[in-house]
Design a protein around this ligand. Sequence first.
Ligand code: BGC
Length: 774
Amino acid sequence: MKNYIKVDEWKIIEEGFDPHLNKISESIFSLGNGRMGQRANFEETYTGESLQGNYVAGVYYPDKTRVGWWKNGYPEYFAKVLNAANWIETGIRIGEEILDLNSCTVREFRRVLHMKEGYLERSFVAELSGGKQLKVLSKRFCSIVDDETGAISYSLTPMNFSAGIKITPAVNGDVKNQDSNYDEKFWDEVHKEADDHLGIVLMRTKKTGFEVCTGMKFSISSDRGEPEYQIRPLTGEKYAASEVTVHVSEGETITVCKYAANLSSENYPSEVLVSECKKTLDRIYSKGFDKMLQEQAAAWELKWQESDIVIEGDAAAQQGIRFNIFQLNQTYTGEDARLNIGPKGFTGEKYGGSTYWDTEAYCVPFYLATAPPEVTRNLLIYRYKHLEKAIENAAKLGFKNGAALYPMVTMNGEECHNEWEITFEEIHRNGAIAYAIWNYIRYTGDKDYLAAYGLEVLVGIARFWSQRVNWSEEKHKYVMLGVTGPNEYENNVNNNWYTNTIASWCMDYAVEALEYVKRASPERYEELISKMAFDESEEIPAWRHITANMYFPESAEYGVFLQQDGFLDKEQVLVKDLDQADRPLNQKWSWDRILRSVFIKQADVLQGLYFFEDRYDEATIRRNFDFYEPRTVHESSLSPCVHSILAAKLGDEKRAYDFYLRTSRLDLDDYNNDTEDGLHITSMAGTWMSVVEGFAGMRVKNDALHFRPFLPGQWTSFSFNILFRESILNVKINRDSVVLSNQSKKNVTVYVFGNAFEVAGGKEVFAEYGKYQV
Ligand code: BGC
């Protein structure tokens, strides 16, 4: 754990330069706009420890699988988000000396992420040879207004000397991924050109053939009038730059405004990439840095209106939650159904930038409540578009008749995870995809989604489950063998309660959806039935039979659902009995020891109780919580949020808050010592859930919003905005009351502890809840 980020409600601040923290800060201060992302690498040369990262959404490389022993059915490759051409690079040379924070003395270093306006600022004084002091101020952002672009303003002031300075703004495609399996470079050069003030590289990925054109254009100005300078275009392998030589006098400030564009063949035909890139550069160049930044701040203001959480009385908590919301909004904007949310977003290489079940299980609630419905709908359509591949994936594993198994990890619909116990066995991910459809419809009321897209996905998934179970003569029940549940510290188990539960629910929901579409859109139903070759008279009764006779392991003795068959055979010790020196288990214990132990990585049975809470009474949820939580090591960042929400539901405010604290500043304080690999983007959505679903107890039931709030003792109040069915509602939780303020025109009925409050458009309602709270 680190504690070097200064607390501020709207800013992330680092003061002083510590090279050991640099990779962590590169992650924390990352920028993105849903289309491209950029770690907080330095513009000028840096020869110290760094993880370079410029990422272009949707552009990946299929890196050939590397495993010890090949197993039939393994995916051929692991898809990786690519470190793409570097557009920030701006070399600085003072006389013969290269500006490099690794080789000079750095003073007054300050890095600030301005979350309100959406830009990064860095300033420092470099002490160079002979005591020369050079002051640097850089500002940059990835534009959320024009999402293929970014801009940098980079200023230099020699404080006690005058000199000839060479400034070399560049685009550099000679980059690599640190996680490359075979130490290859993934990009080939297709085209490059440099001119005065301009550089362009067009790069093509090996194997996948994605092309990305990265260009830059820049201006030079001085605070002492028009500067005189010489300029020289430069090209090299995968490199285009324009070198400026300028004489800068003591105290004079020279500023380079560098405008960059990243255009990908995903959005343009290859042959126009260069010309479109130049047009884009001209457009932003003529707009200018200040105007672009103003527009950026205005666009962020709107994002904050939709998604901010305001916490009064605890600045560290405020900073933590805003940081999470900021990063989520930087990662996914919902404009393009081909894109999704990688567990590390655009902030590192780990997890390959690929899509996991995290999206459906953890991110969907955030985007549902803070963005228009189309944003989440696009996340669902992403999976719809991958249905064919999911059917192929299942077919490869021996399933038939349109059964669909969605991948655990994917870029394009193909499975690319390559640990057998996950690839073949962590099949519960299929359930989360169906659950997200249900959740989306519950929240938005958009039932038409079923006829348009959802039904086909649900049927494919239900078909898979119906073939994945088998009848046990011994149990006289359907069982599901050889699976890995959400708790990846168990593999190849039989009858994982969560998987059996969600599988059975999926089949029931598919039947319900079929019946609904048949009633609501009979023609479309006929069309779909024939498209899917669906045999109503065979398949529906078969699914019903399975769900009516599914086996769910339970323990009468403990009154709990059993995570899997045989769970009680394990030595029943608790996390509190573990030696701290053994934590985290995944770094200290052999894998077999983990598998044999009782310890749970993340919510498993409890994940099911969270998803399907309405089916279970509070006593059941409590018994399971009290049984499983003490056995859970929470070694996935996705774990604490579910526990926080359940603790809140059970009225255990203290534990709800303690669990929340584990994720709220997970990356800012580098709790798990892994922030340098990138930020935990998907668990950030979980943190949001802990506040809104946990502390505020928000649920959607029967087309209405319900709250069962409490205020953590450390806070004076908290409030947030919710988009719900054309209403924008601000909900403010005080110690004993809720203020519901309807910021839209549409009237809305809101329930607080089960009591209905009508909130007319534009009006505010004050609900004293202290008296109903039990
Ligand atoms: C978790 C998975 C998750 C993945 C990516 C793993 O550590 O166990 O549930 O999907 O990380 O976030």
